[in-house]
Design a protein. Structure first.
Ligand code: CA
Length: 658
């Protein structure tokens, strides 16, 4: 179907040439040969089809340019950003369309003010650079996502029959306008992240009418374009299957079941491929990642705080560097190409949305209000007074862009070209993993001599580190009671950080497995794991050199507890803390627990997700009377997925409270 589509594009392009008289000039600026000389490390994605969609959502570009933003090429020359995207291997531009993102006086709501006129402007420039357009109808007057699917003002109070006709006509007329401008539309989304709601409708019984009406309009105007439906949260077990089943039952006509994938929240890539592959196998749909992105820095650059920064209880599987950003994109592409039978593309979300000014919030605020270059303007109150109209401001994803605040592209943008060919440069350190120490008040503070370097190929290597810690700081840490300190340092020429947590006396022995053997720990095997032992591997330890390691290939063979008894405690309240990381768990039941004289008094659920994503939990409220025995431990039971469940357990602490 896509091959046929490519042929149609060729004919359309030739017609366009005939009309404009630009005979002889190559139309497409999309790179077709490997970009040489890049410093970016990119492992080749094998088997990538020629027509694989390498997309960029560039919805904010017009508003950015109206605000004074200039975009540059890799040499620092000002250049049409769409040409730079095409030259970097992007072959498809995604653009969102809102029905009417303006108030009665004509003030834009922000987020690019993307009515159909803006989409036409973006589509013309994308087409001129040889890229195809993927149109994302939100069917709302402003942002639509899993938390919000508001009905456009003009459709308020309509019956479902009227609204169905309105969706059809709106999509048809919008697409006709794009067609009239000779824009090369390859795919159309009916709704954005429609997890159970669309245009104010909250039942699948009604939503399917709107989806079907939109689909029919696409077939009428662009018969060779694909119709996509788009959802979020692949990590919610069974939700995608539920959506696909409903769509099949209601016989909604669509081609592509698309998902957002933000690694901070959306589970592992293994899970994503399993879930989407299931949909394509059972329902015969093409699948793709419609949105993904990753931070190159934790810093904000536009005076409006970002969704993702230093903190937050979210998963950050790559360092926040330009290389880390490229590694995420490469791995998502690899997952869609090689982990899915009918995976057709990956679209990066808003790699061109950068700060509109360098000086102050006030200066930027003026531009966001006037040109709609922030996520929302105050005028959005006319439609969404409780959220956008109240919390309006700038860009919350500027640290996930592929251009710097100065408008110059990062090397990571070239991942779209290089993923096809591979660019395995010299392996070197790209960032240093943070070190964490827990030292009880009676203990000795020994800062690590080595830390983990995260290499540009995403492997880990221990490297020597030098800490900025003098006598005075050690004195403070020893005398300051329970407190947390951040120590900076340098390793392999890169900044390093060690967090020292001074904690209450730890009543556990061999708490970080640094004895190199089980010691006071006891293993209770209920399964039959291939590997279950204390391992020496600093790169996989939370702190120190050793941790408890497990791995097993066969299904359901990981099933054990690891525990330790503590006797002779003073009466009082205690808490137990432990950490685990790992992956390929399949269905799993993992928890920390505490027993007093053999009776369970507390439990805390845990999970393993991704390499390096430590899950730390605390079982609180362990009340002990004189003479009682406390048993603390972790129970791990995994069905196993992929090559078998694996994990690392480290840093157990039993502290008194108060
Ligand atoms: Ca920001």
């Amino acid at each position: 179907m896509l091959m046929k589509h490519a042929a149609i594009i060729l004919i359309v392009s030739m017609l366009a040439l005939a009309f404009t008289g630009c005979a002889g000039k190559p139309v497409s600026r999309v790179s077709t040969e490997k970009i040489e000389g890049s410093s970016l490390y990119v492992k080749k994605v094998e088997n990538m089809p020629d027509d694989f969609i390498l997309g960029m959502d560039a919805s904010s570009v017009i508003a950015e340019e109206n605000s004074g933003v200039k975009y540059y090429d890799f040499e620092g020359n000002e250049q049409d950003v769409f040409v730079t995207l095409a030259e970097s291997g992007v072959n498809t531009i995604r653009v969102r369309v809102w029905n009417d993102p303006y108030d009665e006086e004509g003030h834009g709501f922000g987020g690019g003010n993307n009515g159909i006129e803006t989409a036409i402007e973006i589509g013309k420039r994308a087409t001129a650079a040889g890229m195809r357009l993927l149109v994302d109808f939100h069917l709302s007057d402003f942002w639509a996502d899993p938390g919000k699917q508001m009905v456009p003002r003009a459709w308020k109070g309509m019956t479902i029959e009227q609204k169905t006709a309105a969706v059809h006509d709106f999509v048809r007329d919008s697409l006709k306008a794009l067609k009239k401008n000779r824009i090369d539309v390859c795919m159309v989304q009916i709704g954005n992240e429609t997890n159970g709601a669309l245009a104010g409708e909250t039942t699948w019984f009604n939503m399917r009418y709107l989806m079907q009406a939109g689909s029919e309009a696409v077939r009428e105007v662009f018969p060779s374009a694909l119709v996509a439906l788009h959802f979020a949260n692949p990590e919610h077990e069974g939700s995608y299957e539920n959506y696909a089943k409903k769509l099949a039952e209601y016989e909604v006509d669509y081609d592509v079941f698309a998902s957002s994938y933000y690694p901070y929240w959306h589970g592992t890539l293994d899970n994503l491929s399993k879930v989407l592959n299931g949909i394509s196998a059972r329902y015969g749909k093409k699948v793709m990642v419609m949105e993904t992105s990753y931070a190159y820095t934790a810093e904000d650059t536009d005076f409006n705080g970002n969704t993702i920064g230093d903190g937050g209880n979210v998963i950050k599987p790559y360092p926040f560097t330009v290389q880390g950003q490229a590694n995420l994109v490469r791995d998502v592409i690899d997952t869609v190409v090689n982990g899915m039978t009918d995976g057709i593309g990956v679209v990066y979300w808003e790699g061109t949305w950068i700060s509109v000014g360098q000086n102050s919030w006030e200066e930027n605020h003026k531009l966001w209000e006037e040109f709609g270059s922030g996520w929302a303007s105050s005028y959005a109150a006319a439609y969404d007074p409780v959220d956008a109209g109240k919390y309006y401001g700038g860009c919350a994803v500027d640290n996930q862009a592929m251009f710097g605040p100065d408008g110059r592209p990062f090397e990571s943008l070239r991942v779209f070209n290089l993923a096809r060919y591979g660019n395995e440069t010299e392996i070197k350190a790209d960032a240093i993993e943070d070190a964490i120490l827990y030292v009880d008040l009676n203990g000795t503070i020994t800062l690590p001599e080595t830390v983990n370097a995260i290499m540009n190929d995403d492997s880990r290597q221990p490297v020597a580190v030098k800490w900025d810690a003098d006598e005075a700081l050690f004195d403070l840490m020893y005398k300051g009671g329970v407190a947390t300190y951040e120590i900076t340092g340098e390793a392999d020429g890169l900044p390093a950080k060690c967090t020292v947590n001074m904690i209450e006396y730890n009543f556990l022995q061999n708490h970080s497995f640094e004895d190199g053997e089980l010691g006071a720990w006891r293993v209770i095997e209920r399964g039959n794991a291939d590997q279950l032992f204390v391992e020496s591997k600093p790169t996989d330890s939370k702190t120190g050199e050793y941790h408890m390691h497990f791995w097993s290939a066969a299904k359901n063979s990981v099933d054990f507890s690891l525990e330790q008894d503590v006797e002779g405690l003073e009466a009082g309240e205690y808490k137990f803390t432990i950490s685990i990381m790992g992956g390929d768990s399949g269905a799993a039941e993992i928890y920390a627990y505490a027993l007093v004289d053999g009776e369970e008094v507390g439990r805390a659920e845990m999970s393993i997700t991704y390499y390096g994503a430590w899950d730390t939990v605390t079982v609180s409220g362990i009340n002990v009377a004189e003479g009682q025995t406390v048993t603390v431990g972790i129970s791990v039971k995994c069905e196993g997925a992929g090559n078998g469940a694996w994990g690392k357990i480290d840093d157990a602490m039993l502290n008194s409270v108060g």
